[in-house]
Design a protein around this ligand. Structure first.
Ligand code: ATP
Ligand code: MG
Length: 400
C-alpha cells in the first residue's frame, strides 16, 4: 500500500484558547523541521484540531522514523485521505464504501483477520449517522472479503473512518514519543557527561518542550579527545529530538588539580561537583537558561546520597536544579538510554574527568559546613581559575 498522507495525533496539547494555538504552531514547526531532512515533498496542515502531513515521492520508513522524534506527537497514522471535490463535497456512501474496501485490500493482503469499523462524523451534514455508516461499511467489507469477520471488542484491525474537512481512513497507529513540542517551554542547561544518566536526563527534560544547552567538563590531557567526541555524540542524540544543542566544553583541569592539591581527597568529588554546578549556573545565566539539569539519582553512587545532593545543590541559588532521574532505578534509566539510541555510545570505555582523581573512599555523608570550610583553602586562586575556565569556554553547535 502506498500511502500519501499521515494523520498526526497529539494529546497533551489539549490546552485551551491562545495556548493551544501556540502549542500547535510549535508542533507544526517541529514536524516541518524533521521532514526537511527527508527526501520527498511534504505539506503539513492543521485543520480544526487535526494535523495532517501530505507526502509525495517520499520514503515511508525514513519519514516515520523522523516523525517519531517530534515531541508532542502521540500517534502517527498512515492514512488514505480524500479531499472534497470542487463543489465542496466528500464522496457519497458508495464512494466511501469503495475507498474503505480498497483500503483494506491495500493494507491487509492477508484477509484472515477480525475487524471493526469506527466512524467519526464531524461533518454532521452527512446523511448517515456514525453508527449507521459503521454498520454499512462493515457489511461492505464482509461482502468483499469472505475470510474477514467482525469483532467489536478485540479486533485485529480497527478501521477508522473520519468524515471531517476531508475523508480519512486509517488503521495503524505508530506510537510517537509524546511530551510537548520543543519551543514551548524555554531553555535549560544540561550537565552532560559521557555516562548513561545525563543524556537520558536531557532527553526527559527536552521531552517537556524544553530546549537544551549543555556543558561538559573536560580534563585534558587526563581525558582524551575520544572522551570529548563521545560527549559530542551524546549531545547529538539529544539534538535529534531538539534540532540543535549548543555544547559548552569547559577546560576543568586546572580547577581539578587545584582542588586536588588543597582539599582532603575524600571530598574531592563533592567539591569538584560544586564547582561544576557553580560554573554551569554562571553559563546558564549568560545564555538565558532557566534551570540546570543533571543525571543524578538518589543513592546511585557516593556523590548522590541525599547528603551529597544537598551539598552539590546548595551552591545553585538563583535557578532550580532539575533531576528527572532522581527516583529512577538504574535499569529503568538504561531502558530509556537504549530506546533513544544513546546506550552504545554511553558505554564506550573512555575516562571521565571524575574517575581520574577519584578517592578510594569518598565521603558518603558530606556535611556542607565542613565542605564550605575546606573550600576556603581554595581562596587564593579559585576565582581566577573559574573566570579563566569560563572565558575559554569552547562552544560546539550540534545540529541534527
Ligand atoms: P552519568 O551517567 O550522567 O555520567 P553518573 O552516574 O556517572 O552520571 P556522576 O558521575 O555522579 O554520576 O555525575 C552526576 C551528574 O553530574 C551527571 O549525571 C552529570 O549531570 C553531572 N556530571 C558529572 N560529570 C560531568 C562532566 N564531566 N561534565 C558535565 N557534567 C558532569
Ligand atoms: Mg558519570
Amino acid at each position: 500500500m502506498q500511502y500519501h498522507a499521515f494523520v498526526i495525533k497529539y494529546a497533551e496539547i489539549g490546552v485551551k484558547g491562545k495556548n493551544r494555538y501556540i502549542f500547535e504552531e510549535a508542533l507544526v514547526k517541529q514536524i516541518e523541521r524533521v521532514l526537511s531532512k527527508c527526501d520527498g515533498e511534504f505539506n503539513v496542515t492543521r485543520v480544526n484540531g487535526r494535523m495532517y502531513v501530505d507526502a509525495k515521492n517520499f520514503d515511508f520508513n525514513e519519514t516515520v522514523d523522523q516523525l517519531k522524534t517530534v515531541f508532542g506527537v502521540t500517534g502517527i497514522c498512515p492514512a488514505v485521505s480524500i479531499e472534497r471535490n470542487g463543489d465542496g463535497n466528500l464522496p457519497d456512501v458508495a464512494g466511501i464504501s469503495k475507498a474503505v474496501v480498497d483500503f483494506v485490500d491495500g493494507v491487509y493482503p492477508d484477509k484472515k483477520k477480525t475487524f471493526k469499523v469506527k466512524v467519526r462524523r464531524v461533518d454532521k451534514s452527512f446523511p448517515m449517522d456514525s453508527m449507521e455508516l459503521a454498520a454499512h461499511l462493515g457489511g461492505e467489507i464482509l461482502d468483499a472479503y469472505d475470510e474477514m469477520t467482525v469483532d467489536v471488542h478485540n479486533p485485529d484491525i480497527l478501521i477508522n473512518v473520519e468524515i471531517r474537512e476531508k475523508l480519512n481512513i486509517f488503521s495503524e497507529v505508530i506510537p510517537g514519543p509524546g511530551g510537548m513540542p520543543i519551543g514551548t517551554a524555554g531553555k535549560a542547561m544540561l550537565l552532560l557527561s559521557g555516562g548513561i544518566d545525563s543524556p537520558v536526563a536531557g532527553y526527559m527534560i527536552a521531552k517537556r518542550g524544553v530546549d537544551i544547552e549543555a556543558v561538559y567538563f573536560n580534563a585534558p590531557p587526563y581525558t582524551s579527545e575520544k572522551a570529548k567526541q563521545k560527549v559530542i555524540d551524546l549531545a547529538g542524540v539529544i539534538a535529534k529530538y531538539t534540532g540543535k544543542v549548543r555544547l559548552h566544553v569547559i577546560n576543568f583541569t586546572d580547577i581539578q588539580m587545584y582542588i586536588y592539591k588543597q582539599c582532603p581527597h575524600d571530598e574531592l568529588t563533592i567539591i569538584m561537583r560544586r564547582y561544576m554546578m557553580r560554573i554551569a549556573d554562571i553559563i546558564a545565566g549568560q545564555t538565558g537558561c532557566m534551570g540546570l539539569v543533571t543525571g543524578e539519582s538518589i543513592g546511585q553512587v557516593a556523590s548522590q546520597t541525599m547528603q551529597s545532593l544537598m551539598c552539590t545543590g546548595e551552591v545553585v541559588t538563583d535557578i532550580p536544579v532539575y533531576r528527572p532521574l532522581i527516583a529512577f532505578d538504574k535499569q529503568d534509566i538504561v531502558d530509556i538510554s537504549y530506546k533513544i539510541d544513546a546506550y552504545e555510545t554511553s558505554i564506550l570505555p573512555y575516562e571521565d574527568c571524575c574517575t581520574i582523581f577519584v578517592a578510594k573512599h569518598p565521603v558518603t555523608k558530606p556535611r556542607a559546613e565542613i565542605i564550605r570550610k575546606h573550600e576556603e583553602n581554595l581562596a587564593e586562586k579559585i576565582d581566577e581559575l573559574v573566570k579563566t575556565a569560563i572565558e575559554t569556554d569552547e562552544v560546539i553547535v550540534i545540529e541534527k
